[in-house]
Ligand binder design. Structure first.
Ligand code: PBG
Length: 353
């Protein structure tokens, strides 16, 4: 006997027999009822918007494979922050595109590097905006790999020092949270130790704990000019086939002192998000990556899908799977759509469903 038995109804089948079944459709009949029983709700404060910051003045360069996303120069950031605040988006994730790259990614930890300048500019203008910085070498190396090469391989331990210096320089510039995305072993512990030693023991680490070697990062590499000159990232990012290993990566990062963990990409990894949510209590964030965004944009431009409904359905599914917050390029559009939602009267179908 199920808990639903009380709700059962008796109906007469075409053959004239009495049968009993449950009327699920009762709770779907009107928009107001659907709204009453909806389990997952999106809000503008669920979103973290990635931003690509570049050198120069007055730059607002659209990224070809990511319509609606721009490389912005530092002087354009205050205006962007005003727009985000107005939309109710309270957090950004910064990526830097330096003027010059070298083999050692020295632009990543330069005190006057592009991300460091960006953090200062945002904090000056909008101190309440949560500024998260991506910590990785790939945008700053001339070979496009995530760290220091030894031969043709990214050397784990040589790279740890680069990451620690980068994280400390971001914190010194005023970053609220640092987010290492390199997938070197031991990086969370190394960064935590370095931050503490530099007096930044209050700066949390948001670790890209389960980051897969994904073809969905393609458009990002155009946006951040970080395509590897040779080879791929398979020696450090995870094999898309491995779910249990993802949980082990997350456990390791939490052990090493990660405060928040990220699963990335999101859509092809909803099972990992769900299992991570069930197994760990730490705040969990999903990264709805560039290729996921580009596919929606491209199909929408062709008139093949309804962009608004597909994007909101996607974001809802990521949250339903267990993500507390979502890093997404749809952030601004979604915030606008959701705001439109609020003006829809309660007995109509809300936007997106
Ligand atoms: C590495 C980094 C990447 C992304 C975020 N951080 C690219 C990579 O690992 O090659 C991808 C994000 C996206 O696709 O939206 N710094």
């Amino acid at each position: 006997m199920s808990q639903f038995d009380d709700h059962r109804t008796t109906a007469i089948s075409p053959a004239g027999e009495s049968t009993r079944f449950r009327r699920h459709r009762r709770l779907r009949r009107t928009g107001a009822i659907r709204q009453l029983v909806r389990e997952t709700r999106l809000a503008a404060e669920d979103f973290i918007l990635p931003l690509f910051v570049t050198h120069g003045v007055g730059v607002r360069r659209e990224i070809g494979s990511m319509p609606g996303q721009f490389q912005l120069s530092v002087d354009r950031l205050p205006g962007e922050m005003d727009e985000l605040a107005e939309l109710g988006i309270g957090a950004v994730l910064l990526f830097g595109i330096p003027a010059e790259k070298d083999a050692f990614a020295s632009g990543a930890y330069a005190p006057d590097g592009v991300v460091q300048e960006a953090v200062r500019a945002i904090k000056r203008h909008a101190p309440e905006m949560l500024v998260i910085t991506d910590v990785c070498g790939c945008e700053y190396t001339d070979h496009g790999h995530c760290g220091i090469l030894r031969g043709a391989e990214v050397d784990n331990d040589l790279t740890l020092d680069l990451l620690a210096q980068t994280a400390v320089s971001h914190a010194a510039a005023g970053a609220d949270i640092v987010a290492p995305s390199d997938m070197m072993d031991g990086r969370v512990l190394t960064i935590r130790t370095a931050l503490d030693a530099a007096g930044h023991d209050q700066v949390p680490i948001m670790a890209y704990a389960a980051k897969f070697a994904s073809a969905f990062y393609g458009p990002f590499r155009e946006a951040a000019a970080s395509m590897p000159a040779f080879g791929d990232r398979g020696s450090h990012q995870m094999d898309p086939a491995n779910g249990r290993e993802a949980l082990s990566e997350i456990a390791t990062d939490l052990d090493e002192g990660a405060d928040i963990v990220i699963v990335k990409p999101a859509l092809a990894y909803l099972d990992v998000i769900r299992q991570a949510r069930d197994r760990f209590d730490a705040p969990l964030i999903a990264y709805n990556v560039s290729g996921e965004y580009a596919m929606v944009k491209a199909a929408a431009q062709l008139g093949w899908i309804d962009e608004r409904r597909v994007a909101l359905e996607t974001l809802t599914a990521i949250k339903r799977a267990g993500a507390g917050r979502i890093i997404t390029y749809h952030a601004k559009d979604a915030a606008r759509w959701l705001r439109g939602d609020a003006t829809v009267s309660a007995n109509r179908v809300p936007v997106g469903f």
